[in-house]
Design a protein around this ligand. Structure first.
Ligand code: ZN
Length: 174
């Protein structure tokens, strides 16, 4: 059975990114619906930090039905962490930022394909967490929790053996 994903573009996210992501996810057998682009809640902006509070944004997504993956270009933080790549809750929404996944953030040359690959990995990881999969210790596994872009680039576009078994047991067809 295909997994239904509801993608919510937020902030000034590039339409091209969303369009290519949609294609890539369809190739991986997801059923993808893209919502109209929405603004980030004004209350989530911290003017001093020039960052957006992910907890406040996530709160605005909770009432939406289905598997919700919001994607924004904004730099995110939480009350506990000075920056995050993404945040996700079991059975709840996920929020992913392109800001620190973009090679240009690290003064590297533009690399659209690498950005898309990182986003696809983050989306699959987030969907796994929404569906009840746990973080995995194997650094090459898609369910490995990343702390930097090196971590995500080291991952393969696949699950480790244990996670594949777990997916099957939970009936998650990722
Ligand atoms: Zn694993």
């Amino acid at each position: 059975m295909k997994i239904e994903l509801n993608i919510i573009p937020m902030g000034d996210i590039d339409d091209d990114i969303i369009e290519v992501l949609k294609q890539k996810l369809k190739e991986r057998n997801f059923l993808v619906r893209v919502y109209a682009k929405t603004e980030l809640p004004k209350t989530s902006l911290n003017e001093y930090r020039k960052q957006y509070n992910a907890d406040i944004i996530i709160d605005t997504l909770r009432n939406l039905k289905g598997t919700i993956i919001a994607i924004t270009d904004a730099d995110l933080y939480t009350d506990k962490l000075s920056y995050i790549f993404s945040t996700v809750e079991y059975d709840g929404p996920a929020l992913i930022s392109t800001y620190r996944l973009d090679p240009e953030y690290y003064q590297e040359k533009p690399n659209f394909n690498l950005l898309i690959e990182r986003l696809v990995k983050e989306i699959i990881y987030s969907t796994g967490r929404i569906k009840g999969l746990e973080d995995c210790q194997h650094p090459k596994c898609l369910m490995h929790k990343i702390t930097c872009v090196k971590d995500i680039d080291f991952e393969e576009m696949d699950f480790c053996k244990e996670c594949k078994i777990n997916n099957a047991l939970k009936g998650v067809n990722l």
